[in-house]
Design a protein around this ligand. Structure first.
Ligand code: NAP
Ligand code: ZN
Length: 346
C-alpha cells in the first residue's frame, strides 16, 4: 500500500484535520499523481456535513485535482512520469453500459465511482484530493497542458465541466439569452463559457455587491433577484437559465423569467427537494432539466478548449490549514470565485 496524508473529517460534526491513510498500490492500468492543487467545491461542504446523504467517514474531500504523474502501471498507454494530470469527480465506472459506451461515464448505469465518499469497485472507500497523492485508473485521468496556470485549472475539473457540459448539450450560443443563477464557483464559469460561446449573458444574483465583478467576468447584464423592479424587466426573456444555487430557492420566480420553450437547467444541488409549480411550465411549454458534471472525453475537450482560448477559473489560493475558515467564507459568498488548496502547505 502507499502511505498518503491528507485532511479528513472524522465525522459530519468534526472539522477537517490532518489524517494519514493508505492508497492502493499502482496497478497495471493505474497512474499515481502527486497532487499540487485541489479546488474547494461546495459539494465538499455538502458531503462532509451529511447534507445530501449519510457519508463514509473518515472523509477526505476534494475532486478538483491537478498534479504531476509520479508513477505509471505497466499497461498505461497515455501517461508517463512527469506529465501534468487532472482528476475530477469520478475515478471509475463500469465502462460497459450504454452510457459508458457513449462517453457518458457520469451517468454510468451501475453508478460511477466518485473520487471520494464512495466505495470503489472492490468495496474500498475512495479518498479525494485534499491529500498529497492519488492513484487512479488511466481512463479517468485527464491531460493538463503545460502552458496553463495549474491552480486556476484545478477547479475546471468540476466547476468547469459541470457548466460547460450542459451549455454544449443545449447548444447555447449566439442568439440565445442565457441567465446564470448564482455567482459562485460554478456560476462564474457559467458566465465565462456563455460569453465564449456567444450568448448574451445575465447574472441573477442575491448579492448586489457582485455587479461589477459579474461585468468584469464578461456578463452583459446583472439582476439582483430581491429587487422587484429589476426582476419585472427580465420576465419572459431568457432562453436558458443555468441554475448553480446550492440551497433551496423559489422556482416560481425563476421560471417566470424564461421565454416560451425556455429551459431551466439545474446544476446546483440543494439538499432538499424544491417545488416546481406545474402551471409555470405549461403556461409556456417550459422545461426544468438537470445535468451532472461531464464525461471524460468531454472533460478533456473542455480542458483543451479552455487552454486554447485562455479560459480558467478565478481563484484564491489557500493554505490547507485554513480550510474550515474557507468553507465559512464560501457559504457567505465571500470568494472570488474558487478557493484552491496549495498542497505544498499540507
Ligand atoms: P458556491 O461557490 O457556494 O456558489 C453558489 C452560489 O449560489 C452562491 O455564490 C450564491 O450566489 C448562490 N446562493 C447561495 N445560496 C443561495 C440561496 N439561498 N438562494 C439563492 N442563491 C443562493 O457553490 P458552487 O461550488 O458553485 O456549487 C454550487 C452548487 O452546485 C452546489 O450545490 C454544488 O454541490 C453543486 N454542484 C453540482 C454539480 C453537478 O454535477 N451538477 C457539480 C459541482 C457542484 P449569489 O451570491 O450570486 O446569489
Ligand atoms: Zn464539485
Amino acid at each position: 500500500m502507499i502511505q498518503a496524508k491528507g485532511y479528513a473529517a472524522q465525522s459530519p460534526t468534526n472539522d477537517l484535520a490532518p489524517w494519514d491513510f493508505e492508497r492502493r498500490d499502482v496497478g497495471a492500468h493505474d497512474v499515481q499523481i502527486e497532487i499540487l492543487y485541489c479546488g474547494v467545491c461546495h459539494s465538499d461542504l455538502h458531503q462532509i456535513t451529511n447534507d445530501w446523504f449519510e457519508g463514509i467517514f473518515p472523509m477526505v474531500p476534494g475532486h478538483e485535482i491537478v498534479g504531476r504523474v509520479i508513477k505509471v502501471g505497466d499497461h498505461v498507454k497515455n501517461f508517463k512520469v512527469d506529465d501534468l494530470a487532472g482528476v475530477g469527480c469520478m475515478v471509475d465506472s463500469c465502462q460497459q453500459c450504454d452510457n459508458c459506451k457513449q462517453d457518458l461515464e457520469q451517468y454510468c448505469l451501475e453508478g460511477n465511482t466518485q473520487t471520494y465518499n464512495n466505495l470503489d469497485r472492490s468495496g474500498v472507500p475512495t479518498y479525494g484530493g485534499y491529500s498529497n497523492t492519488i492513484v487512479v485508473r488511466e481512463e479517468f485521468v485527464l491531460h493538463i497542458s503545460d502552458k496553463v496556470d495549474l491552480a486556476a485549472t484545478a477547479p475546471m475539473l468540476c466547476a468547469g465541466i459541470t457548466t460547460y457540459s450542459p451549455l454544449r448539450f443545449w447548444k447555447v450560443g449566439k442568439g440565445h439569452k442565457l441567465a446564470v443563477l448564482g455567482l459562485g464557483g460554478l456560476g462564474h464559469m457559467g458566465v465565462k463559457w456563455g460569453v465564449a460561446f456567444g450568448a448574451e449573458v445575465t447574472v441573477l444574483s442575491t448579492s448586489p455587491n457582485k455587479e461589477q465583478a459579474a461585468k468584469d467576468l464578461g456578463a452583459h447584464h446583472f439582476v439582483v433577484t430581491s429587487d422587484k423592479e429589476q426582476v419585472k424587466k427580465v420576465k419572459g426573456t431568457f432562453d436558458f437559465i443555468l441554475d448553480t444555487v446550492s440551497a433551496e430557492h423559489d422556482m416560481h420566480l425563476y421560471l417566470s423569467m424564461l421565454k416560451t420553450n425556455g429551459t431551466h437547467i439545474c446544476v446546483g444541488a440543494p439538499p432538499k427537494p424544491m417545488e416546481v409549480p406545474v402551471f409555470d411550465l405549461l403556461g409556456g411549454r417550459k422545461s426544468v432539466a438537470g445535468s451532472g458534471i461531464g464525461g471524460i472525453k468531454e472533460t478533456q475537450e473542455m480542458l483543451d478548449f479552455a487552454a486554447e482560448h485562455n479560459i480558467a477559473c478565478d481563484v484564491e489560493i489557500i493554505d490547507i490549514k485554513n480550510i474550515t475558515a474557507s468553507y465559512e467564507r464560501m457559504v457567505k459568498g465571500d470568494v472570488r470565485y474558487r478557493f484552491v488548496i496549495d498542497m505544498a502547505t499540507l
